[in-house]
Design a binder for this molecule. Structure first.
Ligand code: ZN
Length: 166
């Protein structure tokens, strides 16, 4: 079985512990991505979104999955299941060295992930001790001023990858 671990990194200026607002297993955090059919290679036209609190019953077997979708081109069925407990906040030290932090583990069946798209609902802590919440990264970056720590805070150069985990 092949799973995909979504990993992220970014440039963090005076910020650390970038993660979904409710922590790495935030039930309402939405993941947006593009995926490709494992059968015919067709890329999904629209971005796909999943979150932990939205599940559908699995057609076969037990448990819940997070997405069931048919390829529009070849009609092959595919599913996406999220697995909690693997995410870690992205620290400033990791960001500085260009290291990726794991965010969420996915089981893709019938599809392969192609590209993760950063959305909203992130949080981070400034090195001055202020918590920033409701961070929207859909525009590609974030810039604010930390009044308490008296320093500018910034998130930029967002990067994401899906690492194959066997
Ligand atoms: Zn297909």
């Amino acid at each position: 079985m092949v799973n995909y671990l979504l990993m992220i990194t970014a440039d963090l200026e005076n910020l650390t512990n970038l993660q979904p607002q409710g922590g790495c297993d935030d039930p309402s955090f939405t993941y947006y991505f593009k995926m490709k059919c494992g059968n015919c290679g067709e890329l999904t036209q629209k971005e796909t979104c999943v979150s932990l609190n939205e599940t559908v019953p699995a057609a076969k077997g037990k448990g819940n999955i997070h997405l069931a979708q048919k390829c529009k081109f070849c009609s092959r069925d595919g599913t996406v299941t999220m697995m909690t407990g693997r995410g870690r906040p992205l620290t400033q030290a990791q960001a500085e060295s260009g290291t990726y932090a794991p965010l969420m583990l996915f089981d893709f069946r019938g599809f392969e992930p192609e590209e993760f798209l950063f959305g909203s609902g992130w949080k981070a802590e400034s090195t001055g001790g202020t918590n920033f919440t409701d961070i929207d990264l859909s525009g590609g970056d974030f810039a604010e001023y930390d009044e308490e720590g008296q320093c500018p805070v910034m998130i930029s150069n967002l990067r994401a990858m899906f690492k194959v985990v066997k």
